[in-house]
Design a protein around this ligand. Structure first.
Ligand code: URA
Length: 209
């Protein structure tokens, strides 16, 4: 699929299988999500530019690569996004973190913003927008509309599970935003849950089932 990278490493697949199991308790679910975020973070940052700097090892002087001072922002779509954002922040401690909170209006099922906080100079940052579940795509599209309105233009969307419907909707609304996911599931059910999925990611992360 154009613009979609499936990160299907055996370690990720194995950990995801344990996360999907309904018996897996919240503390284990959370730590697996953190571990997967580190593995996915490795792949999603592969394109970051490097520059050589002169350093001295205990043995000799050398020119060695470091990240080219690129400003970065991890954008967490509340609340499940936190499960991915914390691991990514460990991997890239210099990144700034933005948050967007959305709830679904029970009448028209539209995503409504209740919170937005972004670091300055979003226009200069590579933004990694994270939410474990790309289901209908509504929240991701609303979040990306808002994040772009705040200035961001260089954006990747990172999720754990996606549906074909969600990918299509997101790629149609934001063709410039590439999607990285660990799995593409079969479909959505009538309540917009991902099938086979893993249930409500927020509930499983925070133990609010
Ligand atoms: N959000 C979730 O947490 N789970 C789904 O299956 C769909 C959306």
């Amino acid at each position: 699929m154009d613009g979609v990278t499936l990160i299907d490493h055996p370690l990720i697949k194995h950990k995801l299988t344990i996360m999907r199991k309904k018996q897996t308790p919240s503390p284990h679910f959370r730590s697996l999500l953190r571990e997967i975020s580190l593995l996915m973070g490795y792949e999603v940052t592969r394109h970051l530019p490097l520059e050589n700097v002169d350093i001295e090892t205990p043995i000799t002087a050398m020119s060695s690569p470091k990240l080219a001072g690129r400003k970065m922002c991890i954008f967490s779509i509340l609340r499940a996004g936190e499960g991915l954002a914390q691991g990514l922040l460990e991997l890239i401690p210099a990144a700034r973190v933005g948050h967007i909170g959305l709830y679904r209006d029970p009448k028209n099922l539209q995503a409504v913003e209740y919170y937005f906080k972004a670091p300055p100079h979003l226009d200069e940052r590579f933004c990694l927008v994270v939410d474990p579940m790309l289901a209908t795509g509504d929240s991701a599209i609303t979040a990306l509309n808002r994040i772009k309105k705040a200035g961001a233009s260089d954006i990747i969307f990172l999720c754990l599970l996606a549906t074909p419907e969600g990918i299509k909707a997101l790629r149609t609304a934001h063709p410039d935003v590439k999607i990285f996911t660990a799995a593409i599931d079969e479909k959505l059910n009538e309540k917009s849950y991902i099938v086979p999925g893993l249930g409500d990611a927020g509930d499983r992360i925070f133990g609010t089932v």
